[in-house]
Design a protein around this ligand. Structure first.
Ligand SMILES: [Zn+2]
Length: 195
């Protein structure tokens, strides 16, 4: 007994009783759906990065690593499902896991947006001494000012900043970092100013 690649129903004959597609048509339908969902997933990852730029979490490196750890294995899973579909092998379970992961970046983007946009609490101003700067060019340029941490158990903080702040800051400066608590408890940086 094998399952139809299109609708997942068990089929005894070549043509699926449930949806009426033969194996080739079912494979085509599945691959088209995989492609659409992968596009939706990739857009979600972009939305997530945009949200993390708009309301940058204090632990922004950790957040970006998290999305990378989610993103690449999920894409690999999509490729695996497609490879199996090409060989007309069983894909039902893998397909369900993949479809379950697809909306995740969108949910996380909404979480970060809500965490920042709906945060009505007063910011906390932290004074911190600058010890370095890190910039990475690329599609999404990364600019961080490294300061001595004010949090227990943290040696330094890598504060995400906009370019104008990045350019005028140098090691030794004292920065005032405006830290927000976040609606759902993810602290984020509302801005920096030099004393
Ligand atoms: Zn079917």
């Amino acid at each position: 007994m094998t399952r139809c690649l299109n609708c997942g129903a068990e089929r005894a004959a070549d043509v699926c009783d449930a949806c009426g597609l033969d194996p080739t048509a079912a494979e085509f339908a599945l691959r088209r759906r995989l492609l659409n969902r992968t596009g939706f997933f990739a857009l979600g990852a972009i939305a997530f990065v945009a949200a993390s730029t708009r309301y940058p979490p204090l632990d922004s490196d950790g957040v970006l690593i998290f999305i990378a750890v989610l993103f690449f294995p999920t894409l690999a899973l999509a490729i695996w499902v497609e490879r199996r579909a090409l060989r007309h092998e069983e894909v039902e379970a893998l397909k369900r896991i993949y479809y379950g992961l697809v909306p995740l970046p969108w949910l996380l983007a909404a979480l970060l947006l809500g965490n920042g946009a709906l945060d009505r609490a007063a910011p906390q101003i932290e004074e911190a001494r600058v010890v370095g700067k890190v910039a990475m060019a690329g599609l999404l340029p990364i600019r961080r000012i490294v300061v001595v941490s004010w949090r227990e158990g943290h040696r330094v903080e890598r504060i995400p900043v906009v370019r104008s702040d990045f350019d005028v800051t140098s090691p030794g400066d004292i920065l005032e970092v405006k830290v927000m608590g976040g609606l759902v408890g993810i602290p984020w940086v509302a801005g920096v100013s030099r004393r």
